[in-house]
Design a protein around this ligand. Structure first.
Ligand code: ADP
Ligand code: MG
Length: 415
């Protein structure tokens, strides 16, 4: 990676402000953590900093509170969960900026941890205002971005803050970029990509960017309907994006690149996209006008499986059906197949990661990216705004000089 990481700077005794992504799935509106994988994914960085006697200050967003306090989106309970995981006390500040946060940050001793309240309780976080970024920066001597899943957003705690503190990558961010980067650089072939989820528009950039490296693209989920429609199939009430033009272009591009783009051969259809709706499996030539696609069919599962078994690299993003409403057979089957492959397997996407965790398959997948939108942006070949602003390894030599004060113009002390 061309950005400096936390490993390359001296952190002992420093107040290190770490932007993490604790935006985990919750149980309804209770504020209870449904899946703490994203919290656990940041442990390498937190442990690293604690071991070296840094004073660790963690900040994150959770959900979309819209710039005001929302009880169910407080990170209060997260401090307790983190305390159990780290087996040491974690202090909690009820505001992410201001006198209380500053006092608590200043009182930290080497190796201690403080968690700040939800950044998005301030509208200025998403608006990326200078005063807010400066207030956050007052809490630390060094900034570490370990929030891969939010790194495509130009928010104050991702981008703005780097104007005020020497800023480096955390270990999770580094790992995400390395693992996802490996599929763009030199994937072992054959390389297969399995895509699902709702919208084609979310994934076009990525499909376009990997076209020259991939051998098979398999498309299920809601987005398959747009592709089927582009090939003039009747898709009934299925979710279709306004324009089938993009899908048609991708089909043509695949053909030109010698990439096998495989659509479902059969699908599960329902009268309504609703739990408990009556379903039937039909071939794609026979989709009734009055029904919607909710999952891939058994024949498709078999055909996708056959392709996947030939691959040495597989990237999977997006469920094969409306799994939340019980139309989950295709998704579950694909998850099990991918977990059983003797190949480098990488998955991206929020729903996809949730499914893998729920099925307890995460340790059978080479890498489960914690990023949804961020992983797709990165695979589209875009530079993530939160990564771009971190100290560059090539030019950092100039700022890597002995520490004479702290936080001076983004200069980085090596201690
Ligand atoms: P990820 O979060 O893993 O990136 P996406 O956000 O792209 O995945 O897609 C997840 C959504 O796609 C789910 O809410 C799921 O219900 C929806 N979806 C999957 N298949 C269909 C379908 N056939 N019709 C409508 N929605 C679908
Ligand atoms: Mg999603």
């Amino acid at each position: 990676m061309d950005r400096l990481t936390v490993r390359e700077i001296d952190v002992t005794g420093k107040r290190v402000l770490v932007r993490v992504d604790f935006n985990v799935p919750l149980v309804g509106k209770t504020g209870k953590i449904a899946d703490d994988s994203r919290i656990r994914a940041t442990l390498p960085t937190i442990d690293y900093l604690m071991d070296r006697g840094a004073r660790v200050i963690l900040c994150s967003h959770l959900g979309r509170p819209g710039g005001k306090f929302v009880k169910g989106l407080s990170l209060d309970g997260f401090a307790r969960r983190l305390q159990e995981i780290l087996m040491q006390p974690v202090a909690f500040s009820r505001d992410c900026i201001g006198p209380e946060a500053e006092k608590m940050a200043a009182a930290l001793e080497n190796g201690q941890v403080l968690l700040l309240e939800n950044l998005r309780f301030h509208a200025e976080e998403e608006r990326n205002t200078e005063p807010f970024a400066r207030s956050l920066a007052r809490l630390g001597d060094i900034f570490v971005n370990d929030a891969f899943g939010t790194s495509h957003r130009s928010h104050a705690s991702i981008v703005g803050i780097t104007s005020y503190l020497p800023s480096v990558a955390g270990l999770l961010l580094e790992k995400e970029l390395r693992e996802l980067g490996s599929i763009l650089e030199a994937p072992a072939r054959p390389f297969g990509v399995l895509l699902g989820g709702a919208k084609v528009s979310d994934k076009v950039g990525m499909i376009d960017n990997i076209m020259g490296k991939v051998d098979f693209i398999m498309i299920g989920g809601g987005m398959a309907a747009t592709f089927l429609k582009a090939k003039s199939y009747e898709v009934g009430l299925s979710l279709v994006e306004d324009s089938t033009e993009t899908a048609a272009k991708l089909i043509a591009k695949a053909l030109n690149n010698g990439v096998k783009l495989q659509l479902p051969d059969d699908v599960v259809v329902a009268d309504k996209i609703e739990s408990g709706a009556t379903v039937e499996t039909v071939s794609i030539e026979n989709i009734p006008r009055s029904k919607a696609i909710v999952d891939i069919g058994v024949l498709t599962i078999t055909n996708f499986t056959r392709r996947l078994e030939r691959c040495r690299t597989v990237f999977w993003n997006g469920p094969m059906g409306v799994y939340e409403m019980g139309f989950d057979e295709g998704t579950n089957a694909m998850a099990r197949i991918i977990a059983s492959l003797n190949a480098a397997t990488i998955t991206g996407g929020g729903s996809t990661a949730e499914i893998i965790t729920e099925m307890k398959l995460a340790d059978k997948i080479t890498f489960v990216s914690t990023g949804g939108g961020a992983s797709l942006r990165f695979l589209s070949g875009e530079t993530l705004s939160g990564v771009e602003v971190l100290l560059d390894r090539k030019t950092a030599g100039r700022v890597l000089q002995p520490l004479t004060g702290r936080g001076h113009n983004g200069q980085l002390g090596t201690g």
